[in-house]
Design a protein around this ligand. Structure first.
Ligand code: 1HN
Length: 358
């Protein structure tokens, strides 16, 4: 009979208990999760139907007031892989926001960068640091971090649009600040064009007296008539034998900051893609995540091995490294897209590959 040292198993059990009580975790039990061979995001590839979103937003419009406290009647896409968090992907928030006739969403500001993309309607002005900006179908509007902003609907009809923000990223890194502003909007005039656009939104021209590079674009709104004309000309030039397209039958534009030529905001890239009837994008996979919204037409998206049909307004979340491509039907397909690519590029994580030699 002897009093042996604890059996190895018992000693090991004790070691693991002590890890836990000291708030420590050994790498050798976790390595494959912490360092997968290729990105293994928790978020799932997912499609939300506009018909579901719009009807549920309408019901919220009837039942839930908009005002101080909640601030916005915005209904976030909650990716099914993210445990109920209001996150479309690991880094991006996307929501449908609904503002009824004559309603006002009060002013506030936050460190998070935001944009709006208008799928339908008009009659709302967003007031960004005192500058009223009209919102109309196809327009892409910026509210970069720490600018006061509120919205007011001057029309007799409700209006709904897409909001995109870098909320999940900002939350994860602990960088969020928030401040209330005026309960009404500070300027309730309704000019067709904002002061920001009059200063900054003329192609290839910038005011000389303004500061140099700014982290976010000074253009408050990128108007649909410009986006549409640029896409039409890309495809027309392809027909004329002078291609500037992203691929056959695939016109693509990136919204840019005129002071840098780079992305519109430090954390968010925004693009617009137009596929001719029957055209498809090349299959690719990217580090970083993105969200697409069908602006017009119909088609399908392939996400990994799954193909989903798409119609006007539908939203698609593409997590990091999921292979994706779009195909257009006879109607053609117009897609608005936003992503966290500026973060990935700036931090040196960006990679793109074309699987199956696609
Ligand atoms: C916000 O300020 C807006 O200004 C939309 O319209 C969505 C989600 C969370 C926090 C602030 C807006 C938001 C938001």
């Amino acid at each position: 009979m002897h009093t042996a040292a604890p059996a190895p198993d018992a000693a090991l059990d004790e070691l693991y208990r002590d890890f836990a009580s000291a708030h420590l975790t050994p790498l050798w039990t976790q390595r494959a999760d912490l360092m997968p061979m290729t990105p293994a995001p928790a978020a799932a590839p997912f499609v939300w139907r506009w018909s579901d979103l719009y009807s549920i937003a309408t019901r919220a419009g009837d039942l839930v007031p908009v005002g101080r406290g909640g601030e916005r009647r915005a209904i976030a896409l909650a990716n099914p892989g993210l445990g109920g968090a209001p996150h479309a992907t690991a880094t991006l928030w996307a929501a449908i926001q609904y503002l009824g006739p004559k309603e006002v969403a009060p002013e506030h500001r936050h460190a998070q960068n935001a944009f709006r993309f208008v799928i339908d309607g008009e009659g709302v002005w967003t007031v960004v640091d005192g500058d009223p900006v009209a919102m109309r179908r196809g327009d892409f509007l910026l509210t970069p971090g720490w600018r006061f902003h509120g919205h007011h609907n001057e029309s007799d009809r409700p209006m709904a649009w897409l909001d995109g923000l870098d909320i999940p990223f900002t939350q994860y890194i602990g960088a969020g600040f928030f401040e209330f502003g005026s309960d009404e909007v500070t300027d309730d005039t309704t000019p067709p064009v904002s002061r920001s656009e009059r200063l900054w939104a003329r192609p290839g021209l910038r005011p000389v007296t303004s500061p140099g590079a700014t982290a976010a674009s000074p253009i408050a709104c990128y108007r649909w008539e410009h986006t549409d004309a640029a896409l039409n000309d890309q495809l027309a030039l392809e027909d004329e034998g002078h291609p500037g397209t992203a691929g056959p039958g695939h016109a693509a534009l990136r919204f840019t900051n005129p002071t840098t030529g780079g992305d519109v905001m430090p954390t968010i890239r925004a693009e617009f893609h137009r596929l001719r009837p029957g055209a498809a994008t090349r299959t690719r996979q990217d580090v970083g995540s993105q969200v697409f919204q069908v602006f017009d037409g119909a088609g399908a998206v392939r996400l990994g091995d799954t193909v989903r049909e798409l119609h006007r307004g539908d939203l698609v979340a593409v997590p990091s490294w999921v292979p994706w491509s779009f195909q257009s039907e006879a109607s053609g397909l117009d897609l608005f897209a936003f992503s966290d690519a500026p973060i990935m590029e700036r931090l040196g994580f960006a990679r793109t590959s074309h699987p199956e030699g696609a």
